[in-house]
Design a binder for this molecule. Structure first.
Ligand SMILES: [Zn+2]
Length: 221
């Protein structure tokens, strides 16, 4: 008699095995995942939509965190506020709304950054105002990181990085996050430099133009 394993048990086993292996401690710690490489960009204009003054100030500080991040600056774009860049990214204030996901004050939709006025508590579901200016700077800088092509880094070793998860210290305060050199380097690796482009390096992901046309690309017009 042929014994068959139900497909869902097999799928669950594969899932468990893969998530267990993702937690092996000897993995390289905070190496961000590679995204498809895109053409060099010198500027990304940030278009503020409905931002109150304090949020606009936080946006300017968040942009500076990336602009002044400590690494080489080959193909990395600079954020410019209130001026058109080679590409434009909208930053929209939804001051009376809360994100669908609990504990979240900002999101990157693939086309624009949304900053929410409230966050839902993970346990009680109650609404709480999204943080003071320092926290807002962090939230916006995190979303700018997504717009630059970086993903969340959930490994505990990455706490403190701007793309790292939120971690509470024993006293209940959240660990501060800021742009780390590794993250800045990861962004640079994503952008082809002008000389690489001229040398005709292929990305293996199709033409650069097709990458930019993808609807999920933050740089799609
Ligand atoms: Zn994120």
């Amino acid at each position: 008699m042929r014994s068959t394993v139900p497909w869902f048990l097999l799928a669950a086993t594969i899932f468990l095995a893969s998530s267990a292996s993702a937690e092996t401690p000897d993995l390289p710690t905070c190496e961000p995942e590679r995204s498809p490489r895109v053409d060099a960009l010198s500027t990304i204009g940030l278009r503020a939509i409905g931002l109150p003054r304090n949020v606009e100030t936080a946006l300017a500080e968040a942009a500076s965190l990336w602009n002044l991040a400590p690494c080489e600056a080959s193909g990395r774009p600079r954020f410019v506020l209130g001026a058109p860049g080679e590409r434009t990214l909208a930053v929209r204030w939804l001051g009376f709304a809360a994100a669908a996901e609990p504990g979240v004050c900002g999101s990157f939709t693939g086309k624009e950054i949304r900053i929410f006025g409230f966050a839902r508590d993970r346990e009680t579901g109650a609404l709480a105002r999204c943080g003071d200016r320092d926290r807002l700077v962090e939230v916006i800088a995190h979303e700018l990181g997504h717009a630059l092509g970086l993903r969340d880094q959930m490994q505990p070793a990455c706490s403190g990085q701007i793309m790292g998860q939120l971690v509470r210290r024993p006293d209940g305060e959240l660990v501060e996050r800021t742009v780390h050199a590794e993250e800045c380097v990861a962004v640079e690796r994503r952008f082809l430099t002008v000389s690489e482009r001229l040398a005709g390096l292929a990305t293996g992901e199709g033409s650069i133009a097709s990458v930019l046309r993808r609807p999920s690309s933050p740089y799609a017009p």
